[in-house]
Design a binder for this molecule. Sequence first.
Ligand SMILES: *Cc1c(COP(=O)(O)O)cnc(C)c1O
Length: 220
Amino acid sequence: MSHLPQGYVAVRDEIIRACRDARRPPESVELIAVSKTFDAPAIAPVIAAGQRHFGENRVQEAKSKWPPLIAATPAIRLHLIGPLQSNKAKEAVALFDAIHSVDRPSICEALAKEIKSQQRQPLLFAQINTGEEPQKAGVAPQDADDFLARCRDHYGLNISGLMCIPPVDEAPAPHFALTAKIAARNGLKLLSMGMSADFPVAIQFGATHVRVGSAIFGGR
Ligand SMILES: *Cc1c(COP(=O)(O)O)cnc(C)c1O
């Protein structure tokens, strides 16, 4: 371990500090290292440093990159953090251990079908479009309760948590607070929120999964 990746070490330290400030145990926050656009040689040192959870935003990219890395380190867990299309649901369920972008009926239907036929149960997060941005994926906050009930009752999907991506030009705290509130009133325990710029704030607001890319791997 002569060459620990500096960005990775700094992010780990920052998570421990944020947990201490929030009076939370450090193991209550799972770091997802977002490796999108980075190739295997860039990812390898982070795996060697002990990181096991990785995030990708495209099914195709993940499929071309991860199978050999997972074969070498079977404890690796892959998270799909980007939008999912129904026609990619089969590959997504086969490859990913968690899907953070469940946000519409067509995806629910495709996922339910694949989960059943593949007998695999990825951890599922519903994405909430807290800023109600038209260009962004996710369920509008006022539709979240209905959507979650429909996931459960109509599709038989086990949604474990919520995910959000705050608007870039706004303070993230109100968006994290809103996501946490929707999760609490729906009995959901997991919160996927916080990126390089704001993960300590997200931890303050109860994030259980932080998705950190550039602070670990550098600029894209
Ligand atoms: C790219 C991405 C991240 C990581 O962003 P950084 O700012 O590089 O940490 C987190 N979440 C999602 C959904 C992303 O697409």
